[in-house]
Design a binder for this molecule. Sequence first.
Ligand SMILES: Cc1cc2nc3c(=O)[nH]c(=O)nc-3n(C[C@H](O)[C@H](O)[C@H](O)COP(=O)(O)OP(=O)(O)OC[C@H]3O[C@@H](n4cnc5c(N)ncnc54)[C@H](O)[C@@H]3O)c2cc1C
Length: 394
Amino acid sequence: MTQAQTGSTAPLKIAIAGGSIAGLCAGIALRGVGCDVDIFEVNANSMHGRGAGIVVQDDLINLMKAHGTPPLPITTCSHRLFLEPDDAFNATDNLDPYNIPGKLAPMPQRFTSWEAIYQTLRAGFPDEHYHSGCRVTGFRQDNDGVTLTLNEGSEVRSDLLVAADGLRSPLRQQLLPEVEPQYAGYLAWRGTLDESRASARLLAAFRNRFAFCSARSGGHILNYLIPGPGAVTEPGDRQLNWVWYVKVPAGPELEHLLTDRDGRKRDLSVPAGKVPDQTRNHLYERARRELHPLFAELVQATEQPFLQSIVDVVVPQMVFDRVCLIGDAAFGIRPHTAAAAAKGAADAAALARQLQAMGYEPGAALERWQTHQLEIGRQLHRQGVDLGRRITGD
Ligand SMILES: Cc1cc2nc3c(=O)[nH]c(=O)nc-3n(C[C@H](O)[C@H](O)[C@H](O)COP(=O)(O)OP(=O)(O)OC[C@H]3O[C@@H](n4cnc5c(N)ncnc54)[C@H](O)[C@@H]3O)c2cc1C
């Protein structure tokens, strides 16, 4: 469809399936180069208040700055702290039990929360073009453009369709049915604890630090401070955010862990509030056996831990004529790379740059974009697999 056909003065009309991080980054970047963009997000309810911690990377910040979004709420640390389960500590010293040479290494870092990113990006994209509660159910394309079908049966015509519909991407399933998320052999227990509910000794040990501890039977746990609910960053209102990687073979044990408190078997994750009490109590007990007492306390103080299985998604191509896959829909990158959100932003920024550079000629622009982004995705995948070997011991 050309601008003449739509009556629009924009060089391209673009539809985006999925309004999370990658979809919003694409929406903002593509509007930034003059395109007419609509985002269709299946979730009907506000996505505020969901998700947990994310390490901040430059690609995301650069995109936000380039397009004038509000500043991203962030927390920072100055040091990394490395603990072992048997490290001694003074349980009564609330000041700083871990200011010990050899345990601390200077390493400034920035953190944020999924909610803070979502809120910041959402503020940078106009409400009238963000369509909540709209499931993209399919598409067909011809030489001139793409026709999307939406859940209520309506159709939307655009020049390009950007699939930013996540790890399980229904649009990818239509294009590459053979690509499925592959379980990596371990999962992440995760949780957040309000700073106001943490003991003085937890705050003393974890404040201003990105802390790590190995577990006795393999794997490790980490913790950093993130903005609290509502993306607030004031001390006292933030949250401790922990991630514990645990090796669990595919099979009955994994299936049991992925069964929620209503008895529903989930395929990738069990959200906060849905973990059965018995499973949660086993986690608490395991934390006591496996972790340093401070990390055990942190896990046990978390009322609603949640679970994510670690999976890989790798696509052989990202472009299908006038449809492209971005973010997790294209590459499910392991969390150790701390790169999934930034990769969504990088895919989006590069797409906008190429379209503008190639005079908004989709064929040529998407071809160049794919060559570069495929290589980045493959590199991050390899990096994640290498880091994951330390957990699985393979
Ligand atoms: C609610 C939520 C919380 C998250 N929390 C964290 C976190 O705390 N830490 C972390 O590291 N990562 C988190 N993630 C994942 C993180 O957002 C991604 O790994 C990364 O940022 C890349 O995102 P993405 O936009 O490609 O995929 P996703 O974030 O998975 O987004 C895909 C979006 O597509 C929508 N969608 C799916 N199918 C359709 C369809 N047919 N039609 C329309 N829309 C559709 C989904 O509802 C979703 O909003 C979270 C994702 C979500 C959705």
